[in-house]
Ligand binder design. Sequence first.
Ligand code: F6P
Length: 519
Amino acid sequence: MSNNKKTQSWAALKEHQKTLSTLHMRDAFDDNPKRFDEFHIALDGMLFDYSKHRITGETQELLMTLARSCALERYRDDMFAGEAINTSENRTVLHTALRGSAQPRLEIDGENIDSFVNQTLKRIESLSDKVRGHDKITDIISIGIGGSDIGPRMVCDALADNASGPHMHFISNVDGGPLSALLDQLKPEHTLFLIASKNFGTVETNTNAETAKAWLMDTLSEKAWPEHFIAITQNSEAAKAFGISDYNTLPMREWIGGRYSLWSAIGLPIAISFGFREFKALLSGAQAMDEHFKTAPLEKNIPVLMGMLGIWYRNFFGFTAQAILPYAQALESLPAYVQQLDMESNGKHVTRDGKMIEHATSPIVFGGQGTNAQHAFFQHLHQGTDIIPADFIAVINHEHGLDNHHTTLLANALAQAQALMQGNGDGETPHQDFPGNRPSSMIMLDQLDAYHLGMLLALYEHKAVVQGCIWDINSFDQWGVELGKKLAQNITDALETKAVLEADSSTQNLIKHISLRKE
Ligand code: F6P
């Protein structure tokens, strides 16, 4: 559809929003006992309830018209077909190929994608089997940052109850504290390091990897220490220069974006912790969500609905944030994962062809796990002056045996969503009044296993893609992180050499202050 159609559908939604600004969801539920029936989708052990949103059937229709006017289906199909939709870097976006969902027989730079994926899976299987069966290796330290850390770390946390491999530790921060504390407890001969870095040039990862190498070299022979490293990288030359053999290097490719990479060899910690079968189950769950995203009509398509609801609030109500609220301790790091996914993908200010954007893009994504967050920032969600749409994520079944705890946990998830929606009060006791009409989705999983986790993560990935399409931005680059990296290098040099840096007076004086106060 033409740009004109997009302008028209955008304008229609703007008009429609005015008519809805006075609608209270409480009344919408009272008026329509079938509201839940109309606004929920069940898919393969996942329920998506979006009835507690400030929408009517007409809103949904108008949002889908906007999606179609932005050629969302074509954009989605282009992604699966391996078109170079990462335009600023001229790259294809094929993380879905890692779970068998991209168009078959694709070739990128003369390489058949299916055979790359199959060979890599075989290597993940044999390496993870080998490490799990190794009688000397008791601890693994995965060193990586951003997408090379958050995804695998979050999955390992989420499924931790079923871990059966060596102890898995993650080091990301260049702050030496965590690594130093860990090395103090471990023994080189029993420790294996995974260096996860797509480009093998990231300063935090390289600094931590060098410290690990020095620690190993202190105790182990010249021949032995390299065997304590596995690299996962696209830059096998740099891994080799570091000392890691090709045999111990698992490949990445340009078409696997960092924050979309846990399905690749970057997910090796998952296969080591839970076994290759579980890693495959994670991929299968993601594949099921891919299939749904590819084939379900837009009106019944969970990632599309989720993405379009985000557009509705961000662009037509002006809401600035989105809360991610897992009611499962195991999903504690899910908000950080979705935060990177959304904010690094869609925190952009120019369109795909480089023009300034005239509307808002990614909201601020934050969150915390229920019920703890109820006793922290929920006050703001209920009575603050900002309205913050929320995703509640709840899991129906558990394996810990404390049924009464779980009932209370689930009851709280439902109660908070209900309270946000309905509010209460008569205006006579203003401090105690809840305005309500605060939107939320409920994503309910039958259980938190690898399969359903895979579905959930792929859902968030596709939601980000949907929103990037509507905003006409490139969701797959991250130029915004480059300037700080460059400046940090200059400042590191100045701190090390005490040379005067040409910089603003604040930066200069802060450098001076550090030098003076450093013991
Ligand atoms: O923060 C920028 C970023 O490029 C992320 O997108 C990426 O996941 C992370 O740095 C780590 O990069 P690499 O895997 O190349 O070390």
